[in-house]
Ligand binder design. Sequence first.
Ligand code: PLP
Length: 329
Amino acid sequence: MKPYSSARDEFKGEAEVYLDANENPFPSSYNRYPDPLQKNVKAVLASTQNVQPENIFLGNGSDEAIDVLIRSFCEPNRDSILILEPTYGMYAVCANVNAVNIKSVALTPSFDIDLEATLNEIDSTTKIVFICSPNNPSGNLLNRDSILTLLNSFKGLVVVDEAYIDFSSSESFVTSLAMFPTLVVLQTFSKAWGLAGLRLGICYAAAEIIEILNKVKYPYNINSQTQYLALEAMANSEKKKLDVKQLIHERVKLEKKLAELPFVKFVFPSQANFLLVRVTNAAHVYNVLLQKGVIVRNRSSILHCENCIRITIGTPQENQRLLTTLKEI
Ligand SMILES: *Cc1c(COP(=O)(O)O)cnc(C)c1O
């Protein structure tokens, strides 16, 4: 497939007069089209992650990367993706929108990979396996050896979604990219970086895979301001480190305090910036918090999450207010 060739694809150098893209020439912050391949942002990411810029695709959130992966590698009404439930909802949404079938395998009740069941569910239509680690909504890392076994035995793409990796004790799968040509790693600026409003997601993979994603994406999918602000954030990465440190500290504290509440049955161990909590009556807890202006996520309707609420770690003040409200129950 021949991708759209933009003015900025055809002339990549520096010049004094640009009369090639039908832009308005009168200066403003945004009169020029953005860099279609975001080379400045990729250069910084490449050096911090020890990969090449050719191993990086940037999306309008990692949600765009999920969509472009499915559109690029799955034939509608024929191919399928495999998801491990319960997990992040966008894999299934993007597959549905693109008329790609969904095969689903249950995680174990402690939310780890059932390797045998997962391998058994793979067939000739399976093109992508999505693995979310740390998993949303459970917060745990999935077993690394199981993921490696999948990478060694499945011929399609293995996408490891690491949206929450900064809050975990685990090494990123990005360091294994060179070993596995079918490995795809997703990360995002939406969580630890505190830039959910910007919409910037990162996809790391072999250059051959990235080249295909670049053909399928819209030419100018990341706007100039987003590229500029991402560079600014990475130049000040101390803020992210401090935020992560404080959020992990708060998570550990909150986990302990929640476990002391009489109606809390179990706090699932978390490597993310949220806690999944099993209570005696999730609807009641949700409603009491709602009345007091504190919004959490009731996850009771999804697999293995009966009477579970998912609580995002807030500021120390917000977490205190949550606890004070819960103590009134
Ligand atoms: C929040 C989240 C994302 C982030 O998506 P963006 O589009 O980058 O904001 C990706 N994957 C998982 C599992 C998430 O929970």
